[in-house]
Design a protein around this ligand. Structure first.
Ligand SMILES: [Zn+2]
Ligand SMILES: [Zn+2]
Length: 241
């Protein structure tokens, strides 16, 4: 199994390096030619600290649980986000939302893979937060899956998009308070017990906003019998808690 993923990972990354060589990319942050994210922009990323709330990423003096999450813990075991939604990371998220830029997602997924390794998480499969069928048809792809696929290759794990489905669109979360956001997404997801029962799952999204969507997705996975859910996202909304 592992060998197959290692081979696929090598083939995929080599292919995209080849594409980058033929068509030099421009840095998503500053436009410098020859990089997906140039060394200067990588240096400039404000990486989130481990000294934060395990459940919502809010800054704390040490890794722990903030009072709000202590009162209302999620169904997932932990979350890490690469950086705040600003600078080059913000640009990467926006680019991926409007174009399935696979070279760029490879660079972004490498940053996410580091967090999973830093936390020493041992997931057995990678699952992207799904879009509803309608929304995916409109956009043509799911940006969470565009990040989750290269991440699964870095981690040498299978990606299982079929494990979790989005049953309905949720209305825009803008302007809702945290309780309203949770109500808005409750029951929006359904997981397939045949794929997730007893498994440890890495749930992937592009942005952690209030966590309401990720909480609902994790709840669906746990109700279908999955053993543990950990969450990794590329960005964290700056105003989230
Ligand atoms: Zn740059
Ligand atoms: Zn918290």
């Amino acid at each position: 199994m592992t060998d197959r993923y290692a081979l696929l990972a090598t083939a995929y990354t080599s292919f995209w390096r080849g594409v980058d060589w033929v068509f030099p990319p421009e840095c998503a942050g500053c436009g410098a030619e020859g990089y997906q994210i140039c060394p200067d922009c990588l240096q400039g990323i404000h990486y989130t600290s481990r000294e934060s709330c395990v459940y919502c990423g809010r800054k704390l003096k040490a890794r722990g649980i903030c009072p709000r999450c202590l009162q209302n813990p999620p169904a997932y075991a932990g979350v890490r986000c690469v950086a705040g939604f600003e600078g080059v990371i913000r640009q990467v998220v926006i680019n991926l939302k409007y174009h399935a830029d696979l070279g760029l997602s490879l660079a972004a997924a490498e940053l996410m893979a580091r967090l999973v390794q830093e936390e020493a998480w041992r997931p057995e499969m990678v699952v992207p937060v799904p879009l509803s069928v309608n929304r995916r048809r409109k956009r043509g792809y799911n940006q969470a899956a565009v990040l989750a696929f290269p991440l699964s290759l870095y981690l040498k794990l299978p990606m299982r998009t079929q494990a979790l489905a989005r049953l309905r669109d949720t209305r825009s979360q803008v302007g809702l308070n945290s309780q309203e956001r949770q109500d808005n997404v409750r029951g929006a997801f359904k997981a397939d017990p045949r794929l997730v029962r007893g498994k440890e799952i890495l749930l992937v999204d592009d942005v952690f906003t209030t966590g309401a969507t990720l909480r609902a997705a994790a709840e669906a996975l746990r109700s279908a019998g999955c053993a543990k859910v950990q969450v990794v996202t590329l960005a964290k909304a700056l105003n989230s808690q």
